[in-house]
Write a protein that binds this ligand. Structure first.
Ligand code: DC
Length: 216
């Protein structure tokens, strides 16, 4: 499952994985872990060789949770809610555009994909990580719909949310993720494209299940 930030890939992916009793990995978590590590160690984002070294040094761990998702451990540590911070998301987007750092993380994801029995969610799963996946889904939704969902999500968590700020951040992240030279965000030629702007989560899950049902 690929698509832009905030399009609902994780909720959909988790539901599909649970239904089939297989694992779910939100691959952005790994870029977020690297972004967090870079921020925490005070590495300058523009110092590419330091970011690449940080990526190579990470010892990854994966633990399956009862909701089917794989919890990502970085150097034995689970970072939890810290990974969802806007600042960490921005850092993740930046480090993910540094080719050699990206290659290290991609290789780990390719290995996980080869083991099979997994739903993976990200930006380049259908194009680069699992080019032979039997089902490829590409979710889209306009930036306004995604910003509204994010505002609702933050409010439900009791946090304050500024719609305009969130919308601007979504637009700039989309632009960076789509225009980078290494594995830019784009649908695989054989992906099924679903526009979720006007659909409920359950409706999206149903459409994805329909696609899975055709091959499994
Ligand atoms: O899905 P997410 O918001 O957790 O992803 C964080 C960042 O990581 C996102 O801005 C782009 C990058 N990313 C990527 O380049 N490739 C992926 N497969 C997943 C995420």
């Amino acid at each position: 499952i690929d698509g832009t930030a905030g399009v609902g890939k994780s909720s959909v992916g988790k539901a599909v994985a649970l239904k089939y009793g297989i694992s779910f990995l939100s691959t952005g978590q790994m870029y977020r872990c690297l972004g967090w590590k870079v921020l925490k160690s005070g590495i300058n984002m523009d110092d590419e060789s330091a970011v690449i070294k940080a990526a190579k040094d990470i010892v990854w761990g994966f633990e399956r949770q009862s909701d089917s998702s794989l919890k990502v451990l970085v150097d034995g540590q689970y970072l939890g809610d810290k990974l969802q911070l806007e600042e960490v998301g921005r850092a993740a987007s930046k480090v993910s555009a540094i080719g050699p750092a990206r290659a290290v993380i991609m290789q780990k994801q390719i290995d996980l994909g080869r083991e099979g029995n997994i739903v993976m969610e990200g930006r380049d799963i259908g194009t680069a990580i699992c080019p032979d996946a039997p089902v490829k889904i590409y979710l889209i939704a306009n930036a306004e719909a995604r910003a509204q969902r994010r505002v609702k999500q933050l409010q439900e968590q009791g946090e304050k949310a500024d719609y305009d700020e969130i919308l601007a951040s979504i637009i700039s992240r989309d632009e960076r993720d789509s225009n980078r030279s290494c594995s830019p965000l784009k649908p695989a030629p054989d992906a099924v494209i679903i526009d979720t702007s006007a659909l409920s989560l359950d409706e999206v899950i149903e459409k994805v299940m329909e696609e899975v049902g055709k091959v499994w």
